[in-house]
Write a protein that binds this ligand. Sequence first.
Ligand code: 6PG
Length: 251
Amino acid sequence: MSKITVYPDKDSLISGAADFIAGAAVQAIEARGRFTLALSGGHTPRPVYARLATPGYRERLDWSKVQVFFGDERCVPPDDPQSNYLMVKTALFDEVPLPEANIHRIRGEDDPEQAASYYAQELQRTFGGEAAAGGSPMEGFDLILLGMGDNGHTASLFPGLPAVTETMRWVMAQYVEVVCMWRLTLTPVVINAARQVAFLVAGAPKAEMVHKVLEGPYQPVVLPSQIIKPTQGELHWLLDEPAAAQLRRTS
Ligand code: 6PG
């Protein structure tokens, strides 16, 4: 059962999400000596990353113990305006004392298949398990942050594409017609092994899709966000009121 938290407006959603991430970081570092986090791309999370770089948050985290990964990436170089890495670098990495070695970016500039297998090995080095043999990582992420597109996609798990129902590979490269580009994405194998997964969704244009994903019939091939069901972990939906407007249940 997912936990839904609704904030009155976009600004309180941004603070709420920054508090959620900082709280999860402090807890994980206390419990396990490190915090492993996978970030989402797109527009919605950018102000949250910028908020984490502000004094009230920056000092709360021991950045030397934070390991940052990406849920997905566009197959472009790291200095391309469409790069999720570039977005996070300018909003967060350039503003906090996070060691370069703790930033695990997806190499969007490489051959997509090579980049996918390289990133799976990177995950295996951090979480253990046998990426090549399929099956879940030994240990899951402490927190994976996800967004949701108007068509119900999340990370780069797009409607009708094979990665949505993947049960072996940890990372996949796919050509995505609707955005006319190759994308690299974590698969549900890795996402659903996480201790916590949090969707961050804002704005009235997403209200109908939020309702369909959370309260509509289960059809993940059409609505990929529905495939996100952590096997042992928690699932959170952080929403602003306009995005939650069509929901029957809001907690
Ligand atoms: C990406 C994202 C993607 C995003 C949704 C929502 O690389 O684009 O990871 O899954 O979260 O498309 O994007 P917005 O926040 O811009 O609506």
